[in-house]
Unconditional design. Structure first.
Length: 437
């Protein structure tokens, strides 16, 4: 993987998204073919840098142009800017033809009305919905509605452990439970290393981690009818257990409270930290000069030690989707481009480059996706991953609860007590910021 997805809503609020259906990007109709020879594509920053992405993508775009005569103008957008750029485009109508979106944003952006619906007829033009694995399709929009996007790259969280540091600390095998994770972290700490690395100021990462822990504690953060439910016993326990890695267990360095740009991965590759919970990190480690055999990859821990469904979920369904703006001036070209990027050949090329897993069933069969770094991710996606709530307020959820976790990490770093009461108070404040239903 890539850069971690840091979705910062910033000055552009979700209310802009939800009103976008009345603006350019969400206008009725659905594009045209007024400019059949060109497309503009916003790609998300998947590689170690924007330049790396350009080197990966441009040859494929040139291939597409040679096949179709359609020139694709590429812009790789940093994750720190991507959601704001998309939200601005939905209200101004001045966006790309095709774009990458974090799959967790699918329902929120779907609510804007700015994106093309991928109904059965649209999917038929790109080979059919049954080409895609079920877990990937589960993060493409609200259940019961046509998807707002098409899966492009699939990812899952895993536990990455530093083999040399484990050996030096006398840790015989990687942890499978949270109790074992803490125990291993303390052994690493005793040898002068950080046990676990976190990105305490990265709102999306915070949400991903506490969502998974919430599942393990029987919490979903939203009720079945879509209402925010941040203060249940399970939600509070999930947030506290995550922050306690720093606050109580002291296996996370206080400085991690300020991390938001993959610093925990750098610490890992430099031998400062023994473990990270991350999604598809192999490409980043390689870019930072870490040998493939210097680390191991195993499923992320669960309370019971045996990942699976229900309370044994150990990852959210991570990934990137492709979407088409309704007001594109090259609808046919955009459909051809999505089909091209979803072809078996391109799925293998691109997912190999980024260390992710193809969401296309037949492309997954390539041996490259059954290696030491990828097999645990593929297995997790198939058996023990859950989609984040596909509700229009998901982006706000990332912002307000992600911020609450960030503030709790700041408290822990400053030596202030993180109690059940203080966690519940932060989550109550976050819930108050959500729209009333």
């Amino acid at each position: 993987m890539p850069r971690f997805r840091a979705a910062a809503v910033g000055a552009v609020t979700l209310s802009l998204v939800l009103s976008a259906a009345a603006c350019g990007g969400g206008s009725a109709g659905g594009g045209s073919n007024a400019q059949p020879k060109t497309l503009t594509y916003w790609a998300s920053n998947q590689g170690a840098s924007i330049e790396v992405d350009k080197k990966v993508l441009q040859p494929e775009l040139d291939k597409f142009e040679k096949q179709t005569g359609i020139k694709v103008k590429l812009e790789v957008v940093p994750w720190s800017d991507l959601l704001n750029r998309i939200l601005t485009a939905t209200t101004s109508g001045q966006g790309p033809d095709v774009l990458n979106i974090g799959n967790t944003w699918s329902a929120s952006l779907q609510a804007s009305g700015a994106l093309l619906d991928w109904d059965d007829a649209a999917f038929a033009k790109i080979g059919g919905k049954d080409r895609y694995v079920e877990s990937a399709l589960g993060s493409t929009g609200v259940a019961g509605k046509p998807p707002a996007a098409v899966p492009l790259y699939s990812m899952a969280y895993a536990l990455y452990y530093h083999k040399k540091l484990f050996q030096e600390a006398g840790i015989a095998k990687p942890p499978t439970t949270w109790a074992e994770l803490v125990e291993a972290g303390k052994k690493l700490k005793a040898k002068g290393k950080n046990g676990v690395g976190v990105e305490g100021s990265n709102l999306s990462n915070n949400i991903h981690q506490v969502f998974v822990l919430g599942k393990q504690h029987g919490a979903d953060f939203f009720t079945p009818d879509g209402k925010a439910d941040f203060t249940s016993e399970g939600a509070v326990a999930a947030v506290k257990s995550y922050v306690d890695l720093m606050a109580a267990d002291r296996i996370v360095a206080p400085g991690n409270a300020e991390y938001a740009q993959n610093q925990s991965l750098s610490d890992f590759t430099k031998g400062k930290t023994g473990m990270v919970l991350w999604q598809t990190a192999a490409a980043t480690f390689k870019a930072q000069g870490m040998a493939d055999d210097a680390y191991g990859v195993v499923p992320a821990p669960v309370l019971s030690g045996t990942p699976g469904a229900g309370k044994n979920i150990n990852s959210m369904v991570a990934g990137i989707n492709m979407a088409v703006f309704k007001n594109t001036k090259n609808t046919d070209g955009a459909m051809k481009f999505v089909k091209f990027m979803g072809s078996d050949e391109e799925q293998k090329i691109l997912n190999k480059a980024y260390g992710s897993i193809p969401p296309v069933r037949t492309a997954q069969e390539d041996p490259a996706f059954n290696g030491p770094a990828t097999a645990p991710l593929r297995q997790t996606l198939a058996t023990s991953a859950a989609a984040l709530p596909q509700v229009p307020e998901e982006s706000q959820f990332e912002t307000v609860v992600g911020t609450a976790v960030k503030e709790l990490f700041a408290d822990a770093a400053a030596g202030r007590a993180v109690t059940v009461e203080s966690v519940r108070a932060k989550l109550e404040k976050a819930q108050q910021q959500m729209p009333k239903k």
